[in-house]
Each structure stands twice: as structure tokens, then as C-alpha cells.
Design a protein around this ligand. Structure first.
Ligand SMILES: CC(=O)SCCNC(=O)CCNC(=O)[C@H](O)C(C)(C)COP(=O)(O)OP(=O)(O)OC[C@H]1O[C@@H](n2cnc3c(N)ncnc32)[C@H](O)[C@@H]1OP(=O)(O)O
Ligand SMILES: CC(=O)C(=O)O
Length: 542
């Protein structure tokens, strides 16, 4: 079950009607392969989106499935919307059916959503092939349904499916659909690039012409099949669209939809158009990650504005300029969208990268060029041997602190360790490890079993140290990754192991490299424990 967020303490603010940020994560976003939302997930996401300050939240298609129907029932009573209006999605009436008799249109009204988005055909080919009706009947379906819902007191937006492809084939008919909807009372007619095949210049040209020829208020719904959904959305805004349909993190049918976060950030920061309530832009990263958590997808590290790598700098030359002024290699201040700048340490680092990383870690390098140069050299040598410090922040910090101290930073000295895997006739395995080490002047020998040799080693190491360092009881190994670095050498390859460890308050990563996977794992565990003790404020022995 997912946590339900409390609204943050920004007072409720009416969102201006001049420009609409319309979110369809709960409808089009839910059409992404791999997303399967419960009603409670949908309510949680709706609260996040409302908290963020979008103007409209399309909650789903009432009547299409019991989940969406229940969502509207519960959203009405369980969410006190502070910024957004709830929108129900559905199709125009069926061909040859009176709108009053159309069960699907009735379900839209039953949802009690104040706003309804209707999907309609605007491509003659689709009218004939998919709807199996005439262009005239399709116009009547649009007219009747919009007018009927308006007469029932609902605000109506009309999504023109396949608009741009339809316009290329028959612009007169495509525009007729726009006019019909607008004249029947649709507040916004949304031009949809349903197949996502358009490029920005095409969008700008068509939106500009349709706006001039129809005078209707236009919106844009762009799928991302050319990787241009965000650019296409902004191109439509350039041409006069005042309603953008997007989804959180770009979730959506096939490869996805226009991503809400870069669209909103661009509108606020590049266009100077205030589309969010005061103070909310700085919540962009938090909201993006919170929604990824609810849909159970790892947030994309490279997503513009909100990814953890969006302001991560690896190249030494970049770092040397950033040291003078971060704006030299960043298009915005990351804090504006709630993100942070990070320095990555790797074999592409130079002195400036190390100095900035030291600063980030709160380690005073005192402008010592020789020390910093030594760290750069050590990092480059170790990376050549297979270590990776950009993915193992804690191993790098240990290395840096050791150079600053001029001595190893250790809490125990290992005499030896061994791990045994016993293959049994019944196909099962027994894993046992023994660790012999010295800590605080005491020689300790500990043996443990585990569900694998690394687990046995981890348990033996922990077992040997916990009495002396009770702080280790809080540590938990949360991730373990192995990568073979020299594939051509088969089982003789070099192995890199990355371990992530948590103490319940934070998480850190350490690295080990060896020909033997167990030896690489041991190094990563050794660093993980040393770093855990350092974090706990324990004085090193060595
Ligand atoms: C571009 C988009 O992403 S639009 C959103 C699409 N989302 C979804 O389809 C998800 C939810 N859909 C569903 O659960 C189902 O498809 C339902 C409940 C809507 C309809 O299910 P069914 O009644 O079994 O019909 P089915 O899905 O096979 O076909 C869709 C029907 O709607 C008709 N239709 C399609 N678009 C429209 C439209 N704009 N206006 C009116 N009717 C339409 C089709 O012609 C077809 O009619 P038919 O049943 O007479 O052949
Ligand atoms: C309406 C919609 O989702 C589309 O045309 O892509």
C-alpha cells in the first residue's frame, strides 16, 4: 500500500483559466505497458498532482472498467482538490445511437466530474474504417455529445484523435470537426498527434493555420513516438495553443506521452509563463519521484530537470569551469526545480572535480594541489583496474579521507577469510565462511553459514565485529550487483562488485574489483562496513 501524501502548506489557489496544464497520467499514463494502478494508487497520484498545482486531472474512463468508475466515486469524496479540477474521459456517442441513450455517455455524467474530455475522430479514414460511419454522422456525434454534456452543466474539452495525420489527408474535414465542437460548446479543442509521428515544425504550422481558420481555443496532446512530444507540445504553444496535455514522467501508450515536468519547467523558466501556484516549481523533482514510486517504476536517472543525473557533472573541464560559476555548465539553477548539482568522480575527473566533490562531502582539501593531484592519480589508476567511483560514492570518500589523513582509515585488520561452497548429492549447497581479524587489539575468529558464499561472508564479518562495534547491527545490505569487465576472458575475467548498504537513515555504495567474485565482494563489504562506522561517528583504529 502506498503512502497518501498530506498537502504541503501552500494555501489553495485558483489556477488561472488563461492557460491549462492538463494532466492525463491516470488515463493515458495508465495505458503504458507495465503500469497497473489500483484505485488507491490513482487517488495517491491525484493528490500529488493536485499538490503540484496542475489545473486539470484526467482520472480515467468511467464506465470502461470498474476501477475507473470507483476512482471517480472516491475522488469526489476523498480528495479535497486545492488546485485541480477532475476530468472524466470518454468517447462521443456511438454512430446511430441517440446521445441520451448512449450508456457510455451516461457513465460520464454519472462520474459527476465537472469537466469531460471527449475523444472524437477527425481523420476521415478513421471515421470510415474504425467507426464504420459517414463523415456527416461523425460530425453529428461530436455536435450532439458536446451540446448534450454542456446542457447538463459540464465543461467539455474535445480531443481530436489523429488530428495531424487527418489534417494532412483532408484539412477541410479536420477543421470542420474543430469548428463543430467549438460551436457546440467545447471550451477547448485538443489537436492530438495520436500516432506521435509529427515533428515540431509541422505542429507549429498546422496549429497556427487551424487557429487562424477556426478561431477555436486549441490544445495539444502529443505522443512521443518520434521522441519529440515535449518539443511538439511547446511548438504548439508557440503557435497559440493554450492547453497542454501531459503525463507525469512521460508515461503513456507505446513509448509515452509529453512529459509534464519538462513542459511545466520550460513554461515557467523559459517562457516566463506562471502555470503553477507560487512555490510549487521547486517541488518538481519530489513530485516526479513520488509518482514513479506509486507506479512502481524506477525514476529515470537521465530525465531532464528531475533525474538524479540532470545536474551531475563528470568531465574535468566542466568541473573546472563550474568551480568558478555553476552557470557555465548548467542551463538553470537545479534548486529551481528541487534538484541538486552533483560532482561525479571517475577517470574523467581533474583537480577541480576532486575539489568540488570534497566540498560536497564537507572535506577541506585546503587548496593542497599536491594532495588533490595524488587523489586524481589514484582514482585514474584504480578506474583503469576496473573500479568505478561515480557509482561507489562511499568507496571514493574513504579513499579521499585516507589521502587527507595520510594513513589508512580502518576499523579492523583482516588476517584472513575463506568461503566454502559444498555441493551435495541432492543438488543443494551449503555455504560457510570463516573470518579472522583484529579489532581494538583483539583477535576474533567467526564462522557463519549463509544462503550463498557472499551472504555467509557478510554474516561472518558482521558476527565477528558486532560485539565491538554495536553500530553495525543497524546496517543492511540492500543491493548487490556483479559485472564482468573482460568478457573475452570467460571465467578468468575481472569482476566488479557494487554493494549498497543502508543504516535506515541513508544509503551508500561501495566497490570491489578482483578476478574472484568472492574477493571482489569482500572488498566491497569491507568498505561498506568501514563507511557505516565512519557515518556513525566511530573513531578509526588505523
Ligand atoms: C487515443 C486514445 O488513447 S483514446 C483512449 C483509449 N483508451 C481505451 O481504449 C481504454 C479503455 N477502453 C475500454 O475499456 C474499451 O475499449 C471500451 C469500454 C471503451 C469499449 O469497449 P467495447 O465496447 O468492447 O468496444 P471496443 O473496444 O472493441 O471498440 C471500441 C468501439 O468504440 C467505437 N469508437 C471508437 N472511437 C469512438 C469515438 N470517438 N466515438 C464513438 N465511438 C468510438 C469503435 O468504433 C468501436 O465501436 P463498435 O463496438 O461498434 O465496434
Ligand atoms: C486522445 C489521445 O490519447 C490521443 O489521441 O493520443
Amino acid at each position: 500500500m502506498t503512502d497518501v501524501p498530506e498537502p504541503t502548506d501552500v494555501p489553495a489557489q485558483a489556477v488561472s483559466d488563461d492557460f491549462h496544464v492538463f494532466d492525463t497520467t491516470l488515463r493515458d499514463g495508465a495505458q503504458r505497458e507495465g503500469i497497473n494502478l489500483t484505485v488507491s494508487d490513482k487517488l495517491t497520484i491525484a493528490r500529488h498532482l493536485d499538490d503540484f498545482g496542475v489545473g486539470f486531472i484526467e482520472g480515467g474512463w468511467p464506465g470502461a472498467n470498474p476501477r475507473d468508475t470507483e476512482f471517480f466515486e472516491r475522488a469526489r469524496t476523498e480528495i479535497g482538490f486545492r488546485h485541480a479540477q477532475l476530468v472524466a474521459f470518454g468517447a462521443t456517442r456511438k454512430a446511430g445511437v441517440r446521445v441520451e441513450d448512449d450508456a457510455q455517455v451516461a457513465a460520464l455524467l454519472d462520474s459527476q466530474a465537472p469537466v469531460i474530455t471527449l475523444v472524437a475522430k477527425s481523420h476521415v479514414g478513421h471515421v470510415e474504417l474504425a467507426l464504420r460511419t459517414t463523415p456527416e454522422e461523425n460530425l453529428a456525434m461530436v455536435r450532439d455529445t458536446v451540446a448534450y454534456l454542456r446542457a447538463q452543466g459540464r465543461r467539455v474539452f474535445l480531443d481530436c484523435e489523429h488530428f495531424f495525420d487527418g489534417y494532412a489527408l483532408d484539412p477541410v474535414y479536420a477543421k470542420q470537426v474543430v469548428r463543430t465542437a467549438s460551436e457546440a460548446g467545447a471550451d477547448v479543442v485538443v489537436l492530438c498527434d495520436t500516432n506521435g509521428g509529427m515533428l515540431p515544425a509541422q505542429i507549429t504550422a498546422v496549429v497556427r493555420t487551424v487557429l487562424a481558420d477556426t478561431g477555436a481555443r486549441l490544445g495539444i496532446h502529443a505522443q512521443d513516438d518520434t521522441g519529440c512530444a515535449v518539443a511538439n507540445t511547446l511548438a504548439a504553444v508557440d503557435a497559440g495553443a493554450t492547453h497542454v496535455q501531459c503525463t507525469a514522467n512521460g508515461y503513456g501508450e507505446r513509448v509515452g506521452n509529453s512529459n509534464l515536468f519538462p513542459v511545466v519547467a520550460a513554461l515557467e523558466l523559459k517562457y516566463g509563463r506562471h502555470v503553477l501556484p507560487e512555490g510549487k516549481l521547486a517541488e518538481t523533482t519530489r513530485i516526479s519521484h513520488a509518482i514513479a514510486e506509486v507506479v512502481n517504476l524506477t525514476p529515470s536517472t537521465h530525465q531532464p530537470y528531475v533525474g538524479v543525473s540532470a545536474f551531475a557533472h563528470k568531465a574535468g573541464l566542466h568541473a573546472s569551469a563550474i568551480k568558478v560559476d555553476p552557470d557555465l555548465y548548467q542551463h538553470i539553477d537545479p534548486a529551481l526545480v528541487g534538484n541538486t548539482m552533483r560532482m561525479l568522480v571517475s577517470d574523467m575527473a581533474g583537480r577541480a572535480s576532486i575539489e568540488l566533490k570534497g566540498k560536497e562531502l564537507g572535506i577541506d582539501l585546503g587548496g593542497d594541489r599536491e594532495l588533490v593531484g595524488r587523489v586524481v592519480e589514484r582514482v585514474k589508476e584504480r578506474e583503469l583496474a576496473g573500479y568505478t567511483y561515480e557509482a561507489a560514492d562511499a568507496s571514493f570518500e574513504l579513499l579521499l579521507r585516507e589521502e587527507v589523513r595520510g594513513a589508512p582509515l580502518r576499523y579492523f585488520t583482516v588476517e584472513s577469510w575463506r568461503a566454502i561452497v559444498e555441493d551435495r548429492p541432492d543438488g543443494t549447497h551449503a555455504n560457510e565462511a570463516t573470518v579472522k581479524l583484529w579489532a581494538k587489539g583483539e583477535r576474533i575468529v567467526a564462522t557463519a553459514e549463509g544462503n550463498g558464499p557472499v551472504n555467509a561472508l557478510d554474516r561472518a564479518l558482521r558476527g565477528s565485529l558486532e560485539r565491538i562495534y554495536p553500530q553495525l547491527a543497524r546496517l543492511e545490505l540492500v543491493d548487490y550487483k556483479v559485472r564482468i569487465l573482460e568478457g573475452a576472458q570467460g571465467t578468468g575475467s575481472i569482476t566488479r562488485v557494487l554493494v549498497s548498504t543502508s543504516d535506515g537513515q541513508g544509503e551508500w555504495s561501495t566497490v570491489g574489483v578482483a578476478e574472484n567474485v568472492i574477493a571482489a565482494s569482500w572488498q566491497a563489504l569491507d568498505d561498506a562496513y568501514a563507511y557505516g562506522l565512519l557515518r556513525a561517528g566511530v573513531e578509526p583504529q588505523g
